[in-house]
Design a binder for this molecule. Structure first.
Ligand code: GRG
Length: 346
C-alpha cells in the first residue's frame, strides 16, 4: 500500500518520457502525440511545474540515430509550441502528429495545449472553428474527420473546442444537444451513438457538452448520479466504466468529472478511490498505471492526478470538470460555469 502522492517522481517521469526513445509506448503512440502532449502538459501544471518545459521528440530523429538516448537539450525541433503548430493543416484542423490527417480529437488537444501555455494568440480561431463546424451533420452529430465516423466523443471535442475559442455560434447548438440527448439511455447514462450501451467515458463527453451548451436541465441528476456512483468497485475502491468491468484509474476522471458537474461527487467513497489511485503509482520510476502493478503511462498519470485534484487530495491545483483544464486557465478565459460545486480541500 502506498500512502503518499509521489509528485517529484511523477514530474520526472513525465518530463523524461520522450527521452526514452526506444520506449515501446512512446514509439507506438506517435499518431496521438498531440493528445499525449495535452495529458503531459496538463499533468505538469497539476504538479505545479511549467508545461513549456515538456520536450517533444520525433520518431524519425530516433531512427536516424539508431535509438540512442536523446539529449534533453532544448532546440527548435523539440519545442512543444512549434511541434503543435507543425501538426496543423491548411483546413484549420490538427493531426495527431506531423504529417497525420486532421481530426477533431487532436484539434481539441492542440487548442487545449496552446491555451494552457497562454499562447492562444498563435491559434487561428476562425480557421480552426470553420474546420470544426464543417464536421457537423444534419442530425446535429459530429464526424471526427472527413471519413465520417460519428461518436459523442466528437460532439464533446467540437463543443469544447468552439467554446474555448469563443466560436460556439458557428454551429447549430440546438441540433447538437438534440443528438446528444438521443444517445441517452434508460439508465440515464450515454453511449457513443443512439442505442449504444452507456459508458462512463461517453457520459463525460455528453454531460460536458451539455454543460457547455447550458442544457444540463435535460438530465435527471439523481438517476445519473446513481449510475455513476455504482461504478465504484467494492474490492479495491477503483471505478469502472460500465457494469461488471474492471476498475481503471482513468475512470477516476470520466466518472468523477461527471459527478462533479452534476454536483454528486460526494456519492462515492472518496477515501477508497484515493487509495486505489495511490496504489497505482510506480514508486521507483514514477507515473500511474490503470491498476495496481501494471505498467505506467502518461494517459493514466494525467487522469489519476486529475481525479485526485477533483477530490481535493494532495494540494493539487483545481481542475475544471467540464474543460479538463486547470480552473485558473478557465477563469482566465471567463468560462467558469456557475453550477460547479465548491471543492472541499483536505
Ligand atoms: C479533454 C479529457 C478530454 C477528453 C476529450 C476523447 C474524449 C474527449 C473522451 C474519451 C471518452 C472515452 C470514451 C473514454 C474511455 C476510454 C477507455 C478507457 C475506453 C476503454 O473502453 P473498453 O470498452 O473499456 O475497452 P472497459 O473499461 O469498458 O472494459
Amino acid at each position: 500500500m502506498i500512502t503518499e502522492l509521489l509528485k517529484k517522481k511523477h514530474s520526472d517521469y513525465i518530463t523524461n518520457v520522450g527521452v526514452r526513445q526506444n520506449d515501446y509506448e512512446y514509439r507506438v503512440s506517435e499518431q496521438l502525440r498531440v493528445s499525449g502532449l495535452y495529458w503531459g502538459a496538463t499533468a505538469l501544471v497539476l504538479l505545479d511545474l511549467d508545461p513549456h518545459d515538456l520536450p517533444v521528440y520525433f520518431n524519425k530523429e530516433a531512427e536516424s540515430k539508431n535509438f540512442p538516448e536523446i539529449s534533453k537539450e532544448k532546440n527548435e525541433e523539440n519545442n512543444i509550441i512549434n511541434f503543435i503548430l507543425k501538426c496543423q493543416h491548411e483546413n484549420g484542423g490538427f493531426g495527431g502528429s506531423v504529417d497525420q490527417d486532421p481530426h477533431l480529437l487532436y484539434t481539441l488537444s492542440a487548442v487545449q495545449v496552446l491555451i494552457l501555455l497562454n499562447e492562444e494568440h498563435l491559434l487561428d480561431a476562425e480557421k480552426i472553428s470553420d474546420f470544426v463546424a464543417s464536421l457537423q451533420q444534419s442530425d446535429g452529430s459530429f464526424a471526427g474527420d472527413i471519413w465520417g465516423e460519428i461518436d459523442t466523443r466528437f460532439s464533446y471535442c467540437a463543443l469544447s473546442c468552439l467554446s474555448l475559442l469563443g466560436k460556439l455560434h458557428k454551429i447549430n447548438l440546438e441540433k447538437a444537444v438534440e443528438f446528444i440527448l438521443r444517445c441517452k439511455n434508460f439508465d440515464e447514462g450515454f453511449g457513443a451513438i443512439p442505442d449504444a450501451e452507456s459508458h462512463a467515458g461517453q457520459v463525460f463527453c455528453c454531460v460536458g457538452a451539455l454543460a457547455i451548451a447550458n442544457a444540463l436541465d435535460k438530465i435527471d441528476f439523481d438517476k445519473l448520479g446513481w449510475w455513476l456512483a455504482e461504478r465504484q468497485v467494492k474490492e479495491n475502491g477503483g471505478l469502472n466504466g460500465r457494469p461488471e468491468k474492471k476498475s481503471d484509474v482513468c475512470y477516476s476522471w470520466w466518472v468523477l468529472s461527471s459527478l462533479s458537474i452534476i454536483d454528486r461527487i460526494h456519492w462515492i467513497d472518496k477515501h477508497a478511490l484515493i487509495q486505489f489511485i495511490l496504489n497505482c503509482q510506480d514508486s521507483d520510476d514514477g507515473g500511474i498505471s490503470d491498476r495496481p502493478g501494471n505498467m505506467v503511462d502518461v494517459f493514466h498519470t494525467f487522469f489519476g492526478l486529475a481525479g485526485l485534484s477533483l477530490m481535493g487530495f494532495g494540494h493539487l491545483p483545481n481542475i475544471d470538470p467540464v474543460y479538463a483544464l486547470p480552473v485558473k486557465t478557465i477563469n482566465r478565459l471567463g468560462l467558469k460555469k456557475l453550477f460547479h460545486s465548491p471543492i472541499q480541500k483536505n
